[in-house]
Design a protein around this ligand. Structure first.
Ligand code: 26W
Length: 806
């Protein structure tokens, strides 16, 4: 009988201890001597040592949860945008100081080691990264939880620019073994697809036409202070039928491998779309693969611990990260009815008592629907159950005909998720109001207490302690380290905003990050920014509603003004862009090309070079965000009001002392409320005004004709000023802007341009700028994902943290 004492990790190992244990893992684990080891060998050895150190809190957490019969949380997501793990593990295991010493003793360069690790890019953007921040906060709060995702062999594509155009290259993070995962071959499930349903003595029996094996790979997720670790379980697809040796021996080598190829296709690659649903059969199969593997695994553990299905809602809560795993409703009903013999009503109530759904977008093209034909073919039994759920809801609510899951031969996954969920939440206060008033207005009337708000958050461990050590040192020296686990303590910095010495420290930290970025990232792009320049940063997926177009048009208009008055007293500025476009989203790709074309022209302009530069480093990802965000003075959050559900980059910039120029959209509204209107550069139409303006015929043409700056900028593009005189290079983009402009780039342009001039004016007063920056940091505590997760625990999952050794 193993007795688990309080994890040894609270006694943090010494540098010498780390030194010896790293050498042990290198020689015994990697079979390499220090003399012959490559940087990857060292990284693998150190990663295996840190994974080893996570096993105590991992097993202690499982034991405490089991012993206390505690309620568990399951987070189902098609995306987990984890990034790198080594740096985060060192921070959360509180090893940073000792590790620096140990690496120095071994003659190893920490940054080189960290840079050698591939990003786990198992996500597209906001939704995926939020899931990763949530997993870290769940562990830091000692909440028993497990994440369920897909172990894509290829994550989000690598982005390269070919004469300014985005080119996608397959990402290959598993090219070398992943040192953090524990393969769990025993924890596998059989997942069926297609086939038919037979009625046997009144019970439905599904006979799948195809079957694959889902095999688990566990990643430990360590929390702050190393006291608790949860598991992120990633499912890989494997053939249910062994290698067909006979076909191989008969020379049909390809045929022999077919089952393997077909099966692995399910977890081969992440769909790179982040707003437009692919609508592809493989995507539906991926969504079901994940959901079915997760639910079988969850029920298996529940039954082994509790046995009585009536206890399900008491003992576990499941969160659906958008509609992508919404098939969980019908799948849980199938398991409860077809496999465990429960009646429809009982199964429905248990499922609704367990499932919850988060909506992350209002964009119509992102709301998933599947044709009843495709759903019926791929998941025949589930289509039957969806019909039953829909009929039951119609009968029990007396709802109007235009409301429902199945409409016009389409299965609406948002309605299905809503109807099968106990709680539905939006991700910012404004977004949740819009969810109630627009996309789910009818269902909200029928179920007025189902929708709640949980404003997003980000983990301060990765986005402050790991990304910005120079700022963190200043904060720790000023208010101690308690803020890391309780971000509201940053409030303690408010008085320091009035302290010139502190402000000086803040400016020095920012300058240090800007210099580093200039040398290590921008340098490769031939951009040599003056560290005194405003580092104006817009990094996020490329999408029309995020209005990167408005940003680059502002750059052109500013450039033109500087040209008209080259000796004017201009505030130097470097505009930094980062972001990928979904491969099929050609208009977003056109915006990327325009930004690169404008950058090429403006950066080589001797007249304006010292006042304005533009940089667009390719392949923006989590690791690049960790470098860019600490170096930013200005955070661009300029989406059309009502379109960005929340945003999370906006929160990361605020925590790192960047000031925001933004619209009243998503969480910008709450950021401005918390940091103070005087410390935020607001502009633009509100969501309500934007709705009215977009409906006004000719709104774009009117706005363009009223704005000399905008008209001139568009004219320069139309004349081919940035495309070697080729006027028609951007015809479609210009035509759409003049005649359609659905995201109101024209209507908001002048307000945006004026706000940027207010930024210039503010930047001329360093003391006042630094005071505003200090207040942004001091008042960013609310945007910790710990606060968000506490909200989910209290309002949705009704779960409490678990103490170890109590
Ligand atoms: C089916 C294709 C697809 C894939 C992903 C459609 C929609 C998505 C995501 C919902 C898009 C997404 O990442 N949404 C972002 O979620 C963040 C976390 O809540 C928010 O902060 C962003 O505002 C929202 O755009």
């Amino acid at each position: 009988m193993i007795i688990f004492k309080r994890p040894v990790l609270t006694q943090f190992p010494s540098a010498q201890d780390l030194h010896d244990r790293i050498l042990h893992h290198l020689t015994r684990g990697q079979g390499r001597s220090p003399e012959t080891a490559s940087i990857s060998d060292w990284r693998m050895a150190i990663s295996h040592l840190l994974r080893e150190m996570m096993t105590d809190p991992l097993m202690a957490a499982q034991r405490a949860t089991q012993e206390q019969g505690a309620k568990r949380v399951y987070y189902l997501s098609m995306e987990f945008l984890i990034g790198r793990t080594l740096g985060d593990a060192i921070i959360n295991l509180r090893l940073d100081g000792a590790m620096d010493e140990a690496l120095a003793m071994l003659g190893l360069d920490k940054r080189e080691l960290l840079e050698d690790e591939p990003d786990a890019a198992l996500g597209n953007g906001g939704l995926g990264r939020l899931a990763a921040c949530f997993m870290e906060s769940l562990s830091s709060l000692q909440c028993p939880a497990m994440g369920h995702g897909i172990r894509y062999e290829h994550g989000l594509f690598r982005q390269r620019f070919d004469s300014g155009q985005q080119v996608e290259i397959a990402e290959d993070w598993l090219d070398r073994p992943n040192p953090w995962e524990f393969p769990r071959a025993d924890d596998s499930s059989r997942i069926g697809f297609k086939g038919h349903v037979e009625e046997v003595d009144g019970r439905a029996v599904w006979h799948p036409g195809e079957t694959v094996i889902a095999r688990a790979h566990d990643l430990p997720v360590i929390g702050w202070n190393g006291g608790w670790a949860n598991t992120l379980r990633l499912w890989g697809a494997h053939p249910a039928v062994p290698f067909d040796l006979h076909r191989f021996n008969a020379g049909d080598h390809i045929g022999a491998a077919e089952p393997e190829v077909l099966a692995r296709t399910l977890s081969r690659v992440l769909y790179p779309d982040d707003t437009t649903e692919a609508g592809k059969e493989l995507r539906l199969c991926q969504e079901y693969f994940l959901t079915a593997a997760a639910l079988q695994d969850i029920l298996r553990r529940f039954l082994s611990e509790h046995g009585d299905l009536r206890l399900l809602p008491e003992k576990l809560a499941i969160q659906l990260n958008d509609t992508h795993p919404a098939i969980a409703g019908p799948e849980l009903m199938r398991l409860l009815m077809d496999e465990h013999g429960l009646g429809f009503d009982k199964a429905r109530n248990l499922a609704r008592g367990t499932l919850n759904y988060t909506n992350h977008t209002l964009l119509p093209e992102a709301l998933e629907t599947w044709s009843t034909w495709l759903m019926g073919r791929v998941l025949p039994r589930h289509m039957q159950i969806i019909e039953m759920i829909d009929a039951d809801h119609r009968a029990s609510t007396g709802r109007p005909d235009h409301v429902g899951i199945v409409r016009h031969d389409q299965v609406h996954m948002g309605e299905l998720a809503f109807i099968m969920a106990g709680k539905v939440n939006g991700v910012s206060a404004l977004h949740t109001d819009l969810v109630r008033d627009t996309v789910f207005a009818d269902l909200h009337k029928l179920h007025p207490d189902r929708i709640v708000n949980q404003t997003n958050g980000v983990t301060p461990r990765r986005w402050m302690r790991l990304a910005n050590p120079v700022l963190v040192r200043l904060i720790d020296e000023s208010i101690g380290t308690g803020w890391t686990a309780d971000l509201d303590q940053l409030r303690g910095l408010e008085p320091f905003a009035e302290d010139p010495a502190f402000r000086e420290g803040l400016r020095a930290a920012k300058r240090c990050n800007k210099l580093w970025l200039a040398d290590h990232l921008l340098g490769d792009l031939g951009v040599k920014p003056d560290p005194e320049a405003i580092f104006d940063v817009q990094v996020k997926r490329i999408h029309e509603y995020k209005r990167q177009l408005m940003n680059i048009l502002e750059a052109i208009a500013l450039w033109r003004r500087i040209h008209d008055d080259p000796n004017g007293d201009w505030v130097p500025r470097v505009k930094i862009f980062g972001g990928k476009a979904a491969p099929g989203y050609w208009l977003a790709k056109t915006v990327i090309r325009l930004i690169n074309d404008v950058a090429a022209t403006i950066n080589n302009d001797p007249v304006t070079g010292k006042f304005l530069q533009i940089a667009y480093p390719p392949n923006y990802n989590v690791s690049m965000a960790e470098k860019l965000i600490p170096a930013a003075d200005l955070s661009e959050q300029i989406s059309t009001a009502g379109k960005e559900a929340s945003g999370t980059g906006n929160m990361k910039f605020t925590m790192n002392g960047a000031l925001t120029i933004g619209t009243l959209d998503g969480a910008n509204v709450e950021i401005r409320e918390h940091v103070g209107a005087g410390n935020f550069f607001l502009f633009g139409l509100t969501a309500a005004e934007a709705g009215a303006e977009a409906a006004r015929p000719g709104h774009a043409r009117a706005a363009i004709e009223a704005s000399e700056d905008l008209r001139a900028a568009l004219q320069m593009v139309a004349e081919g000023r940035f495309s070697g005189g080729q006027g028609d290079a951007y015809f479609e983009l210009l035509d759409r802007t003049w005649n359609d402009d659905p995201f109101l780039v024209a209507s908001d342009f002048d307000a945006y341009f004026a706000a940027q001039r207010r930024v210039d004016a503010a930047y001329r007063d360093p003391a006042e700028w630094d005071r505003m920056a200090a207040l942004n940091i001091a008042r960013s505590g609310y945007f910790s994902s710990d606060r968000t997760i506490r909200g989910y625990m209290a309002d949705i999952w009704r779960v409490d943290p678990v103490g170890i050794g109590e």
